[in-house]
Design a protein around this ligand. Structure first.
Ligand code: HPA
Length: 273
């Protein structure tokens, strides 16, 4: 059986045949946030199906490409489309591309997602910098034998989101007059949106926003000691009036509308790296 490290080395060797510059940052684009590449000088695009050991994204709104290029003068790699646990992938599959980007040389990971707001101060279209998370995923991606060459058996999670990167993001947001909240993201499996009772419970548990991605990627990044910044676009409100039905279409539209604000923050962070 091929080990995880052998798979990573194989994947990285194939990617380097397409593009051989070391990216300083890796970016993951959430649902409806796929236009980010308009802000990059794109140098190479590799469809996921051409990358060995990569799962293939199935969700509408995810284009499924690894994009290399320049942003703010730095070399970056961007995942347009991510893998979700609800698609049927294992937690190891979902987080595999994060390990690949680390093996390609990234020193910082920037994640974005669409999330449901539960903090009553939030409105659709707001941005929330994630300063902590609660993982309610069925599977931690580090379950199973530990690859000591990748990271420790029992990783510390006292600061999953780099305070230094959060401070940079706050300065960038202030400089661009972009209002941002900070808060706790709870990761759930989906694919159902939450019931009213579930939104209420998740808020009582201490979460400000809920989504179906990100936490497994963060766990794997922290396992490898990779600094993480993550931001949620609030695409719907969970704490809501009667008959407020949430649709995937509404999530995609709200994310697309908020994308320029998120892009400005990512660009500012990359410029500061
Ligand atoms: N719940 C879970 N995931 C989500 C939501 C939500 O309300 N909005 C966007 N992703």
């Amino acid at each position: 059986m091929t080990s995880l490290i052998e798979k990573l080395n194989h994947t990285v060797a194939v990617i380097k045949e397409y593009y051989n510059q070391k990216p300083v940052a890796g970016i993951v684009l959430g649902s409806g946030l796929g236009n980010f590449k308009e802000n990059m000088t794109v140098e190479c695009e590799i469809p996921y199906e051409d990358i060995p050991h990569f799962p293939v994204s199935t969700v509408e709104g995810h284009s499924g490409k690894l994009i290399f290029g320049k942003m703010a003068g730095k070399t970056v790699v961007c995942m347009a489309g991510r893998f979700h646990f609800y698609e049927g992938y294992s937690s190891t599959d979902v987080s595999f591309p994060i390990r690949v980007m680390k093996f390609l040389g990234i020193e910082t990971l920037l994640l974005s997602n669409a999330a449901g707001g539960m903090n009553p101060a939030f409105a659709v279209g707001d941005l929330m910098i994630i300063n902590d998370h609660i993982s309610l995923f069925a599977h931690n991606p580090l379950l199973g034998p530990n690859e000591a060459a990748l990271g420790p058996r029992f990783p510390d999670m006292s600061e999953p989101y780099s305070v230094e990167l959060i401070n940079i993001a706050q300065q960038v947001a202030a400089a661009h007059s972009i209002p941002v909240f900070e808060g706790v993201y709870v990761g759930v499996t989906g694919p159902t949106f939450e019931t009213k009772a579930e939104y209420k419970m998740l808020h009582i548990l201490g979460a400000d926003a809920v989504g179906m991605s990100t936490v497994q990627e963060v766990i794997v990044a922290r396992h490898m000691d990779l600094p993480v910044f993550a931001i949620s676009v609030i695409t719907d409100l969970g704490i809501r009036e009667e008959n407020n039905i949430i649709t995937h279409q509404e999530v995609l539209e709200a994310a697309a509308a908020a994308e320029p604000k998120m892009t400005a923050i990512f660009k500012g962070i990359i410029a500061a790296l």
